[in-house]
Design a protein around this ligand. Structure first.
Ligand SMILES: Cc1cc2nc3c(=O)[nH]c(=O)nc-3n(C[C@H](O)[C@H](O)[C@H](O)COP(=O)(O)OP(=O)(O)OC[C@H]3O[C@@H](n4cnc5c(N)ncnc54)[C@H](O)[C@@H]3O)c2cc1C
Length: 379
């Protein structure tokens, strides 16, 4: 595999692989059908240290890099994409920016409880009227004594009702555009914070997706993340890292589709031979397997660049775009191969088909990834 994984990386990947096979796969349809947050999965993953994957050992983390995060997330998502996104958001959209932009006092205050899973993290930028156009958010932060008062509504927030800590974004003055945006760490027990409606979704139905309401929410200055006006930069930097996590999700879902296709085609007999011996079916398998490898390589390239401290925004967008579209094509082919069984409610391929669609939407739609990529080629 490129890049070569160390002994400890292989061990963590194998632990995630075994966890997916033994715990996640047998329970994923159950959670999906009940739209039930997989709390017991998250608690077990916390025991394995997977909620502190990228945090330093001094704060109880595993101090791993993004390549490790990717290979672990791929396995978890192969088993259950709802569990995968919960872990991905916690590590890459919450812990990542807290580490990168938080000060020492903030690290000491929050990281130990975040890495051991006592507190789950979330990231809230989207609003009912502002998704792709995140620079236009309307949630306000007004300076008040030694702190800020936040008012506004955040929408579609993963881990939103389960999280104890949420990184969020608000504007000091909308006429300042992206330069007026500040980032804050909200604690869910702060007066003025409440959870709004829960979204009923097509896919990743067991993940927690809700609106968050800020009504005269008092936030002390010590909860400001980075500098005043640095919020938009923090938001975009965070999404670059998060997109590598969604690429891992795309690869994991695609691999699960391929596994299901191979299992079925290797057992199902018709017209006197196994389905896999049908040339049209074997071509589908070859196409999907090749695309998964390409998506995995793009994912690992983006993660390796990030780990090396090199620019990786375009590569992360390419990995997210290609891996999420690969997941959708793999799910389409899997349903074609399985026939009627593939569309029956409660079959894993039907769930994977629905889960795959979400990867093309969050952390920037495919159109937004194309915009991000094309900017690098403008003359
Ligand atoms: C399950 C789920 C979980 C989510 N979790 C989170 C979370 O944890 N935190 C968070 O902050 N957000 C989260 N989101 C929100 C997600 O990031 C947004 O849905 C996404 O950014 C798109 O925004 P939108 O839905 O408002 O669509 P819009 O921005 O309104 O876009 C609608 C359509 O217009 C297209 N479009 C927009 N601009 C352009 C353009 N310039 N050129 C061409 N086409 C364009 C888009 O591609 C899309 O097809 C989540 C969403 C989902 C579905």
């Amino acid at each position: 595999m490129f890049p070569e994984l160390s002994g400890s990386q292989l061990q963590l990947r194998d632990t995630a692989r075994e966890f997916a096979d033994k715990i996640l796969i047998p329970n994923a349809d159950h959670h999906d059908q009940r739209e039930e947050f997989p709390r017991e999965n998250i608690d077990k993953l916390a025991e394995l240290g997977f909620l502190g994957l990228v945090a330093p050992e001094s704060f109880g983390g595993l101090e791993q890099n993004y390549v490790t995060l990717c290979v672990v997330l791929e396995e978890l998502n192969r088993g259950c994409a709802s569990t995968g996104i919960t872990v991905s958001v916690h590590n890459s959209l919450f812990t990542g920016p807290l580490l990168a932009f938080g000060n020492e006092e903030q690290h000491e205050r929050w990281l130990p409880r975040v890495t051991n899973g006592e507190v789950l993290g979330a990231y809230a930028i989207t609003e009912p009227d502002h998704g792709s156009d995140a620079a236009s958010i309307e949630t306000t932060c007004r300076k008040d004594g030694d702190g800020y008062i936040l008012n506004g509504t955040k929408a579609w927030i993963t881990n939103g009702s389960e999280a104890g800590l949420i990184i969020t974004f608000a504007t000091l003055e909308s006429s300042l555009g992206s330069k007026g945006i500040c980032a804050f760490i909200i604690e869910s027990d702060m007066p003025g914070f409440s959870v709004g409606k829960k979204e009923k979704k097509l896919g990743i139905r067991a993940s927690d997706t809700v609106q968050l309401l800020f009504e005269d929410l008092e936030v002390p200055a010590s909860n400001l993340l980075g500098e005043e006006g640095q919020g938009f930069k923090i938001a975009m930097h965070t999404l670059d890292g998060g997109r590598i996590g969604i690429a891992s999700q795309g690869v994991g879902i695609a691999q699960a589709c391929l596994d299901a296709s191979l299992e079925f085609a290797g057992e199902r007999e018709m017209f006197g031979r196994l389905l896999q011996d049908n040339q049209l079916v074997s071509h589908r398998i070859a196409e999907v397997a090749t695309e998964i490898d390409a998506a995995r390589l793009l994912m690992l390239r983006a993660a390796s660049l990030k780990d090396a401290g090199m620019p990786y925004g375009m590569e992360a967008a390419m990995a997210k775009l290609f891996a999420s579209e690969t997941a959708n094509r793999a799910a389409h082919h899997a349903i074609e191969i399985l026939g009627g069984i593939g569309v029956s409610h409660g079959h894993k391929v039907e769930r994977l088909f629905r889960d795959a669609k979400i990867t093309e939407i969050y952390e920037g739609t495919s159109e937004i990834q194309r915009l991000v990529i094309s900017r690098h080629f403008r003359t």
